[in-house]
Design a protein around this ligand. Structure first.
Ligand code: PXG
Length: 289
């Protein structure tokens, strides 16, 4: 496997970073998870834009222009023969001293890995998944804003540990006010009748690329979509609930805190959106050439 590291494609064994990199020492950096389908990188511009927004928010200056970053993603896929796969784009603060000061770091490191993706088991897509709400509260927007896709994922990992320890694969995180924020690695939607509801980013949600795509697809299909505060009540009483994310795509949630959602089976609107999403993903994106 070839890894893109600071402007060059290098063999995997040579793709190493310093133990003094602040990405490792402090989780100081940003990243993106991107998918390739049928020889195209899906929503590449949107991911690159979010990466640069995350970087700006943590005062990390990426020396490469966006266009060069996009080219590097495509080049890394091509070099590895990846037509369908997963791309991890990481920008760390770079090598510095022991001590928090990011301004003492030499230069940000850009890493791009293009590999296969491990998905949830098919059974979870067919039957829907069970989730629980967890005690770990989503980061306060004025602590680490959840809109920043940073390398500091402990908040989400602590929530994920609670989920796994409860015997389920994913969980729902609430914000400091008790409103629904998102899942540990996915956004969340609830459907009531023909209305879709999803928490706004200020409630503690990442501005997911899949979330935005689903909002657009649902509106095109004639559904009303609202970004609004949500409580657990809005989830428990929904006809359908689903999660969205680059890795998961759209996955139905059929049980929350031991309450069946709607019929207890993946709902028709979720399935309709899932099919529309897969079609769009299969047909659009930046060509790997
Ligand atoms: N919320 C959080 C906290 C996430 O980490 C999403 C929502 C969905 O956003 P996108 O833009 O993907 O629709 C994410 C994304 C992984 C992995 O390797 C995680 C994500 C995406 C891709 C891979 O676990 N999280």
């Amino acid at each position: 496997m070839k890894i893109f590291l600071n402007g060059k494609l290098v063999p995997e064994k040579q793709a190493v970073v310093s133990v003094f990199d602040h990405g490792l020492l402090y989780g100081d950096g940003v990243f993106e998870g991107i998918r390739a389908y049928n020889g195209r990188v899906f929503k590449l511009d949107e991911h690159i834009d979010r990466l640069y927004r995350s970087a700006a928010a943590i005062a990390l200056k990426i020396a490469m222009p966006k266009s060069e970053m996009s080219d590097a993603v495509v080049k890394t896929c091509k070099a590895n023969g990846v037509k369908n796969g997963y791309i991890r784009l990481v920008v760390t603060r770079g090598v510095g001293e022991l001590g928090l000061n990011p301004y003492l770091c030499s230069k940000p490191q850009v890493i791009i890995i293009a590999d296969a993706i491990k998905l949830y088991p098919d059974e979870l897509y067919e039957k829907g998944m069970s989730v629980v709400t967890v005690g770990t509260v989503r980061n306060h927007v004025e602590a680490i804003n959840p809109r920043i896709k940073s390398l500091n994922y402990l908040n989400n990992i602590l929530a994920k540990i609670e989920a796994i320890n409860s015997g389920v694969a994913e969980c729902i995180m609430l914000n400091t006010q008790g409103y629904v924020a998102e899942a540990s690695g996915d956004n969340i939607f609830a459907i009531h009748g023909k209305k879709l509801l999803t928490p706004p980013s200020w409630c503690g949600a990442l501005e997911g690329i899949t979330r935005q795509t689903v909002i657009e697809l649902a509106r095109e299909a004639g559904y009303e979509v609202r970004e609004d505060v949500m409580t657990r009540y809005d989830l428990y009483t929904a006809d359908e609930v689903f999660l969205t994310g680059t890795a998961a795509e759209i996955i139905s949630v059929t049980n929350i805190d031991r309450r069946p959602i709607g019929s207890g089976k993946p709902g028709v609107i979720t399935q309709q959106l899932c099919a529309a999403y897969r079609k769009l993903a299969a047909e659009t994106g930046a060509p790997i050439k």
